[in-house]
Design a protein around this ligand. Structure first.
Ligand code: HXA
Ligand code: PHE
Ligand code: ZN
Ligand code: ZN
Length: 479
């Protein structure tokens, strides 16, 4: 607390987030270069390690100031992940962490307007895998810091930058190792900001204005392998049912039987209540009185596949394998089902439901991955991370009328850091439309040059806001 006494500190960013034409050119070129390195994660065992190594080198060439600044420590963790420790001038302030990941999902060229690893600029957009998930964040964090350092900015509050390299396939070698290292060092964080939610535009028909949604939690996850075994044999005299038929029927039952609608619990209620006043009559009244209209709203949300994902555990059949030859009865059929668990359920509850739906002893289950839903981070007036995000959103995106808490339907590396802080926030300062949403892990992923510059601006201000005196004063913590 002492640091706040007798000293005059800034309340708002001191260095304006304005960049010269040369800086703006360099920042977009740096992003293009990052996209051109195909840092693809195929599976936990199969990453493009050559590209990941090259990516590490690349960062040091495009952000030279960061890597030669005396108060910034750089460590490589798990061979390809990076941890930067930026030592602030005021050790009494609890540090925070900014996160992003360098790996991307595969991108076969079919369907792309522009080759996915070209990083080409067309019509004001930079195209390619990773432009939204998540090299934009990674590059923007470092770019903002580089620009601040070039203006001789010295942070007051220490912070970490954690850049994972295997987020798309678990984060066990990147984020989890960084987390363990920081825990061993006794680090506790005020909050973390990672990828996840966005400024949402056009997702809700009645809402004309975009709103920012900060993810306070994320859904849980199960990757479940289903397997059926039988003796192989000649296809000319088949039994009544084969491994393929039994398994296909089982996964079809899973697909056809929705998990229970859990509307009414968790952050979704907060989202709707805080968004209610943005809606025209009568939706505003309906959303302000969920005690009465909850069932109506919950049924409405089921109708669209994105809002459906906010009200229940989802079931996605993602892999199916069987058969070796046209005339051989397959002895093994395997499928993988990917569940994203609603905040109000647990792994065990979902597995019990699954067994009841499949209801066939010939189907064996093998849990490949299981993660319970994450706790809900605070969003009250004392929640430093949430308030800093809100403040910076309002400054950089004045046209965004509302900032609301919400849930992240995907999983992020931030889940590995729950041991270091209760404040995990998932937010990308970027506009997202239903169409651009489909480009994530899909085709034609792209970011406008202007949106990327804005993301750099956002981080440039955010880092300074984290150093400003807070109003109202947040809780002070022991380091
Ligand atoms: C009324 C309810 C409020 C809003 C409804 C509209 C849509 C909001 C829901 C989801 C869209 C936003 C987030 C994108 C989801 C997934 C990406 C998250 C993590 C990515 C992790 C990764 O793959 O690397
Ligand atoms: N982030 C990716 C990959 C992932 C899945 C599950 C756990 C961790 C990471 C997703 O949500 O699809
Ligand atoms: Zn992803
Ligand atoms: Zn991601």
């Amino acid at each position: 607390l002492q640091d706040l006494k007798g000293q005059k500190h800034q309340k708002a960013p001191q260095i304006p987030s304005q960049f010269s034409p040369g800086e703006r050119f360099a920042m977009k070129e740096a992003l293009k270069g990052a996209i051109q390195i195909p840092t693809v994660s195929f599976s936990p065992e199969n990453l493009n390690t050559t590209a990941l190594a090259q990516f590490g080198e690349y960062l040091q060439t495009v952000f030279p100031t960061i890597f030669k600044t005396s108060f910034i420590q750089h460590e490589v963790i798990g061979e390809y992940s990076h941890l930067l420790t930026v030592r602030g001038s005021d050790p009494s302030l609890q540090p925070y962490m900014l996160m992003a990941h360098s790996d991307v999902v595969p991108a076969p060229e079919e369907g792309w307007e522009v080759p996915p690893f070209s990083g080409l600029e067309r019509d004001g957009f930079i195209h390619g895998r990773g432009t939204v998930d998540n090299k934009n964040s990674l590059m923007a964090i470092l770019q903002a810091l580089e620009l601040l350092l070039n203006r001789n900015y010295i942070p007051r509050r220490s912070f970490f930058i954690a850049l994972g390299h295997d987020e798309e396939v678990s984060g066990y070698n990147g984020a989890q190792k960084i987390s363990a290292l920081l825990q061993a060092r006794g680090v506790k964080l005020a909050f973390i900001v990672d990828e996840g939610n966005f400024i949402l535009d056009g997702f809700i028909p009645y809402l004309k204005k975009p709103f920012a949604m900060i993810g306070l939690s994320e859904k849980g996850l199960i990757n479940l392998r289903l397997e059926v075994n039988m003796s192989p044999g000649h296809s000319s005299a088949p039994p009544k049912e084969t491994t393929i038929g039994i398994l296909a029927a089982a996964v079809s039952r899973l697909e056809q039987t929705p998990m229970p609608n859990m509307f009414g619990s968790g952050p979704l209620k907060m989202t709707l209540q805080q968004l209610a006043h943005e809606f025209p009559f009568p939706a505003n009244i309906i959303l302000s009185n969920l005690w009465l209209f909850g069932p109506l709203v919950s049924r409405y949300m089921e109708r669209n596949y994105i809002t459906n994902a906010l009200v229940r555990t989802t079931v996605a059949l993602t892999m199916f394998n069987a058969g070796v030859k046209v005339n051989v009865l397959p002895s093994v059929a395997q499928a993988v089902v990917n569940f994203r668990i609603d905040s109000a359920q647990t792994v065990q509850e979902v597995l019990d439901l699954v067994k009841n739906i499949v209801a066939d002893d010939r189907v064996q289950f093998h849990v490949l991955t299981a993660v319970d839903p994450l706790p809900i981070s605070p969003s009250d007036s004392q929640a430093l991370g949430y308030q800093l995000l809100r403040q910076t959103i309002q400054s950089i995106f004045p046209e965004v009328s509302t900032v609301v808490p919400g849930i992240c339907i995907g999983n992020t590396d931030s889940r590995h850091y729950a041991n270091l802080t209760a404040g995990l926030y998932r937010f990308n300062p970027l506009y997202m439309t239903p169409q651009s949403f489909r480009s994530i892990h899909g085709i034609n992923e792209k970011i406008s040059v202007q949106a990327y510059e804005t993301q750099v601006k956002f981080l440039f201000e955010f880092i300074q806001n984290a150093d400003a005196d807070q109003e109202p004063a947040p809780h002070q913590h022991e380091l």
